[in-house]
Design a protein around this ligand. Structure first.
Ligand code: PEP
Ligand code: CO
Length: 482
């Protein structure tokens, strides 16, 4: 649901004067967003329980640190300058019940493998950012939905219940109890984020051996694949070259491989529930300003980026880099103005504009936005999210996305930036390391018919392991040196 603040007289999209940013910052505090209208607002019945949950979150240690956040900002600044590339990916919605070692390991593995393919193909360092350890809150197109109550009181009868807003807010089963927003879930989501992050940090510290050895790369999907244009040969050559490169590096000394594969990993999520974000937002000793310490890179979704809304108000006050999703209908002047509100000092590495247009609209919609932002002299990192504009429904009503459309949108982004002399500095995927059947296409051959075989996502369809790896090969080929 889209709501807009009506009480703020400043015209939407009006650029703010950089000189105003000092006053703007002075009137900001971690809860100043409460005076604005909040799109996608969760309505909790028990206000005292909300207070208890927020107080608890405020008292708990941060999930990430300010120096990690500043380091990521530096890496984003490098990517803006074309010296680095950002790979962001993970679930559409994390699920508390999937906070399990094998799922976390597989997700980390596919992201690291994709990053190695990209490093090899593009010839630049790659920063990995997971949609992980906090991606528990989801915007919905409607606040309620009609359905048949699944179990318990009223089972079998039709009812209108709150939509499922992610495990940080309520639970997915269609019962009145599960769908009632529960403030304590914010604490549970924090705890699961902490457990996830703890495991990721340990895996990376240990060197994550799977990566050093290409024999652990699962390329079986290529065996029976019916691939056009010699793609199969190209993938095999790339993997061999990668394997040789890693072996060479290993021969040169474990330290180099270790360095490469151990490299940084950052977290991100949509900063949707501002109660959760603001409760973990604090100033830290010997640093200026406030940090949202739930994650390194929070982003503002397509449905919550109203210039006069609560989300923009919250995010303009934090030091983290901030992502902004940009859909095909976005007004270039409004996007330029948003980058100014959120980054009045025009700091490098601060803003990531995540274009999610859809393959059908990208070529028409993206150039004007890129030009508008560039003309305004705004420093941003341009990233392509080829997932959220490419949702389709099968005749049977299953939500899916096509591998070809996903690839096509990235190719269009790359071409637009090349033409305009700007930099495509990153890609953003919904993916998992599991062998799910949620998106169609790719060499592993998921068809519309096979979607039911292992469709797990409660939200948007994700690329599976093979589809993700194949896309990395193709993106590396498109953006690569040769
Ligand atoms: C998402 O990233 O899962 C999402 C909801 O994106 P958007 O805001 O671009 O629709
Ligand atoms: Co999604």
């Amino acid at each position: 649901m889209k709501t807009r603040a009506q009480h703020d007289p400043s015209p939407a999209g009006a650029p703010t004067d950089a000189a105003n940013s000092v006053t703007a910052a002075a009137d900001w505090h971690p809860e100043s967003w409460k005076a604005r209208l909040e799109a996608q607002q969760v309505v909790y019945a028990d206000r005292e329980a909300v207070q208890r949950a927020a107080d608890k979150l405020r008292s708990l240690p941060p999930l990430v640190t300010s120096w990690e956040i500043e380091r990521l900002k530096g890496e984003i600044a490098q990517a803006q300058a074309g010296e680095r590339f950002i790979l962001q990916g993970g679930d559409c919605a994390e699920i508390l019940a999937e906070c399990r070692p094998e799922i976390i390991t597989n997700k980390l593995k596919i992201l690291l493998q994709m990053s190695l393919v990209l490093i090899h193909g593009i010839g630049k360092p790659v920063t990995r950012v997971g949609r992980i350890a906090g991606q528990y809150a989801k915007p919905r197109s409607s606040p309620t939905e009609r359905g048949i109550i699944e179990s318990g009181p009223g089972a079998g009868t039709e009812a209108e219940l709150p939509s499922y807003y992610g495990d940080l807010v309520n639970e997915a089963p269609f019962t009145p109890e599960a769908r009632t927003p529960n403030p304590h879930l914010m604490v549970r989501a924090y705890q699961h984020s902490a457990m996830t992050l703890n495991f990721i940090r340990s895996l990376l510290e240990g060197g994550f051996a799977d990566l050093h050895h290409p024999e652990y790369w699962d390329l079986r999907f290529l065996e029976n694949a019916d691939l056009p244009d010699g793609r199969k040969g190209a993938y095999e050559r790339m993997t061999r070259a990668l394997a040789d490169g890693l072996t060479l590096m290993e021969n040169l000394g474990e330290a180099r491989v270790h360095e490469l594969t151990r490299a940084e990993f950052y977290t991100s999520h949509e900063g949707l529930n501002l109660l959760y974000e603001s409760a973990q937002t604090r100033s830290v000793p010997r640093r200026e300003g406030f940090y949202d310490l739930t994650t390194h890179l929070p982003w503002i979704g397509e449905r919550t980026r109203q210039p006069d809304g609560a989300h923009v108000e919250f995010f303009r006050g934090i030091q983290n880099p901030v992502g902004i999703k940009v859909g095909p209908k976005a007004d270039p002047a409004e996007i330029a103005a948003l980058t100014e509100m959120l980054n009045p000092g025009n700091e490098a590495g601060k803003i990531v504009l995540i274009a999610r247009m859809g393959a059908q609209h990208a070529a028409d919609a993206l150039p004007a936005i890129v030009e508008g932002v560039e003309r305004a002299g705004r420093r941003v990192l341009w990233m392509s999210d080829p997932m959220h504009g490419n949702g389709i429904k099968t005749e049977g009503g299953i939500k899916t996305r096509s591998f070809d459309a996903i690839l096509q949108e990235i190719e269009i982004n790359a071409d637009v930036h090349q033409k305009l002399g700007t930099v495509l500095g990153g890609v953003h995927f919904e993916l998992t390391g599991e062998d799910v059947t949620e998106c169609v296409g790719g060499a592993s051959g998921v068809t519309e018919h096979g979607l039911n075989e292992n469709y797990v996502s409660l939200c948007d369809p994700r690329l599976n392991y093979a589809q993700s790896l194949e896309l990395a090969f193709l993106v590396a080929g498109k953006l690569g040196r040769g």
